[in-house]
Design a protein around this ligand. Structure first.
Ligand code: UD1
Length: 363
């Protein structure tokens, strides 16, 4: 029997934990405990995902909330240590690359508890991204590194991680997508927003490098101003982006544009339906690059790099940077280009099953 403590803190973590936690719960040899760090806490960034993805109510919520990186990370560490001392798990499972991931991995390893990292090995090679630091540090102290794409295996070997710790299992975010795709068809989001399938694009932006820097943010908004002359755009706004749009005045410009529909962050099923029927996605999210690859929807990524290169080589993703003109050109090329339709290896809805099998063998 393994006692496994799962950690989730921020929106993309919930999508990943949904498939792993439920796969573990179905296994008689694994006892699972779920900890929510509280990094994301708003109803539509957290609770809505637990409900729609059938994730049980967390056994423990650390309720850390927002703060600077140091405040948030240290607060998670302080509150997580007593949980480990009380529950004494054999292993701690962390996912993704958020502050909750690195904070809980570090506390665990210092207490001699084995760390499992799901979505290990991804590298943008851009150390100005907070997520890149979280990835490198978490991988360096993990005992089981579960990898989504082959670049991750190469990166980890290159960093000197022992091969016996590396497992190429596929993508748990795609497990969740496959499990909920049919259900999302029932969402009424297209009717609610009066959208016609394939006649609109969807925008999401939340990377600090894009939305905290006014010059970069303005350059992206200028591209959207041009693109919305061609196609209707739906823009579900992340809280970080919303706060910045209010303080930098760019929100006032967006409000005057007739062809941009601004909405609050959407739940999983509504967003999946919206993505599935869109003509194009314009994003800086990591997960959306992967989901559009499986859905066969063109994706232009408003960044200079990606830690998920398979979405370009085998999927529908295209990096366009943050310059107004390169975004507009990328948009035109993406719509005119033929879309690749191959499915990256192991993105087949069975990644969680593979993870559970490997954990069982460790018994
Ligand atoms: C975090 C992750 C990022 C991930 C993203 C997904 C880190 C370093 N970053 O970024 O990798 O892609 O989540 O959303 O961990 N806020 C709310 N309600 C919430 C959560 C946040 O209003 O439930 C607001 C707060 O004003 C907060 C801001 O959003 O200050 C940013 O939240 P934070 O958790 O610091 O980082 P994200 O930008 O969400």
């Amino acid at each position: 029997m393994i006692k496994l403590l799962h950690v989730a803190g921020a929106r993309p973590n919930f999508v990943k934990i949904a498939s792993i936690f439920n796969a573990c719960v179905g296994n008689p040899n694994i006892e699972s405990v779920l900890v929510h760090t509280g990094q994301h806490y708003s109803k539509n960034m957290s609770k809505a995902f637990f409900a729609e993805l059938n994730i049980p109510k967390p056994d423990i919520n650390l309720e850390v909330g927002s703060g600077s990186h140091a405040q948030q990370t240290s607060e998670i560490m302080k509150r997580f240590e007593p949980v480990l001392l009380e529950h004494k798990p054999d292993m701690v499972l962390v996912v993704g690359d958020v502050n909750s991931t690195v904070a809980c991995a570090l506390v665990s390893v210092k207490l001699g508890i084995k760390v499992i990292h799901v979505e290990a090995g991804l590298r943008s090679f851009d150390r100005t991204m907070p997520e890149e630091i979280n990835r490198v540090l978490t991988d360096s102290i993990s005992d089981y590194l579960f990898v989504t794409e082959s670049s991750g295996v190469d990166n980890l070997k290159h960093e000197g991680i022992d091969e016996s710790k590396i497992f190429f299992v596929g993508n748990v975010m795609i497990d969740t997508l496959e499990l909920h795709k049919a259900k999302s068809d029932h969402s009424r989001i297209l009717d609610d927003l009066k959208l016609i399938p394939s006649k609109y694009g969807v925008v999401t932006l939340h990377r600090p490098s894009n939305v905290d820097d006014n010059k970069v943010f303005r350059s992206i908004i200028e591209a959207l101003i041009e693109i919305q002359k061609d196609i209707k755009l739906v823009f579900p706004i992340h809280p970080r982006t919303f706060n910045n749009l209010k303080s930098n005045g760019l929100g006032e410009i967006l409000k005057t544009l007739p062809n941009i529909i601004i909405v609050k962050p959407l739940g999983y099923l509504d967003f999946l339906k919206l993505m599935s029927h869109s003509k194009i996605m314009i994003t800086d999210s990591g997960g959306i690059q992967e989901e559009t690859t499986i859905l066969g929807i063109p994706c232009i990524t408003v960044r200079e790099n990606t830690e998920r290169p398979v979405t370009i080589t085998e999927g529908t993703n295209k990096l366009v940077g943050t310059n107004t003109q390169t975004i507009i050109a990328g948009y035109r090329e993406s719509l005119n280009g033929s879309q690749k339709k191959s499915r990256p290896r192991f993105w087949d809805g069975k990644a969680s099953e593979r993870i559970v099998k490997i954990l069982q063998q460790s018994l």
